[in-house]
Write a protein that binds this ligand. Sequence first.
Ligand SMILES: Cc1cc2nc3c(=O)[nH]c(=O)nc-3n(C[C@H](O)[C@H](O)[C@H](O)COP(=O)(O)OP(=O)(O)OC[C@H]3O[C@@H](n4cnc5c(N)ncnc54)[C@H](O)[C@@H]3O)c2cc1C
Length: 410
Amino acid sequence: MTVLEVTRESTDDQIRAAVTAWVEANVPRSWRDAASAGRDAIRRVRPRTDYEDWYPTFADSGLAVATWPREYLGLDLTPDQARVAEAVLAPYNLGRLNPLGLNSAAPALFAHGTEEQRRRFLPPLVRNDEKWCQLLSEPGAGSDLASLAMRAVRDGDEWVLNGQKVWTTWAHFSDFAVCLARTDPTVKKRQGLTYFAVDLHAAGVEVRPLKHIGGEVDFNEVFLDDVRVPDEWRIGAAGDGWRVAGSSLAGERQMVSGVGSGGVDRIGGAGVDRLIQRARELGRTNDPVMRQRLLAVYAEERVRSWTNQRVRATVQAGGTPGPAASIGKVQQGTLNQRIQLLAADLLGAGATAWEGDMPFEVSGMLRSRANTIEGGTTEVNKNILGERVLGLPREPDPWADTPWEEIPRS
Ligand SMILES: Cc1cc2nc3c(=O)[nH]c(=O)nc-3n(C[C@H](O)[C@H](O)[C@H](O)COP(=O)(O)OP(=O)(O)OC[C@H]3O[C@@H](n4cnc5c(N)ncnc54)[C@H](O)[C@@H]3O)c2cc1C
């Protein structure tokens, strides 16, 4: 295990030298050679399983979460120092694994967890030894998450959880989940909630995959039937779960909008640069209308990336993105859909019929439809922006002051 010997006192040159030496000693030769030829070349020589097997070497170096404290596998660097390290790593495309662990569970543990919880959960999360997902949405509670019905009842030093979650991304290969459950139905809906870390291998957990139209599985239904969770895995105070879950949701919004620490640039489809390259290959760059459409998404993509950089800088400087993360989420969701529709348009009739595998332009276009739903819908994020950024009157909620158990449900 090679931990980088850099500190907050290190100069930028010392950091560059240490990261370069680490890359030469630890990144396999064939991956380094492919790096000069771009991301597609790296993908060809680096199957996903090889990357997963190697990944703990990266995590142990401290570089995967360079601004985190050393006890949780970080390097305790400043955001500016981390950017210097990241610039050296960029050509090797070392994407972070366990994105929901990094962007949903970790923010809640940092903001509301105990020191024991952070020491227990964060190192294996960073190494991708324990994968995480989030048990939030339910069949009757998506946008109005606070109306959820999963129950958690205290029993000595444990809680007993019962209920159903849905749309749980990656639960079929996860080890843990953050989970929001109702611990007091007699108070207002946002007050009676508590946040837990749940072991998905515990007795009583059943994960049922939901298949996409093409047969692949991303998300699941998850049933909890008398699942016992130790009180020491409660994150934050009992009854304070709505506030704790807010840290996860803001982190997820950042991830989906491209500013999270999971290395996610966009969810679904190819980037604008690749689109322009495809337009050249297909001889479409002389078409003035196509040129104009490409230029429009290129310009918007630049603006999006600057907005994201601003949010990322705030977060790395120790601030919270808060409602600002909703700006990136709204912009990224709709922009990526336009980019992927344009990609499919480039193919013309080829986007409706093909031989062999589905073209990446079509799969990207289909996947991007979820961008305006996952991590909170565009409409709901616009409500958040209206209320918390623009200061408009709150959306009326006739049940806001009613105890949860008295609110009518179907
Ligand atoms: C790809 C994908 C992955 C997901 N992964 C996870 C996951 O890992 N974990 C998890 O817990 N959940 C996950 N979700 C669920 C996601 O968070 C919900 O789908 C989302 O919050 C919307 O909830 P809903 O589907 O119940 O829709 P609803 O809340 O029923 O909304 C239906 C429609 O009504 C609109 N609407 C609702 N309320 C309002 C309002 N107040 N004002 C204006 N319009 C409104 C919505 O915008 C939407 O168009 C995932 C969803 C997708 C698509």
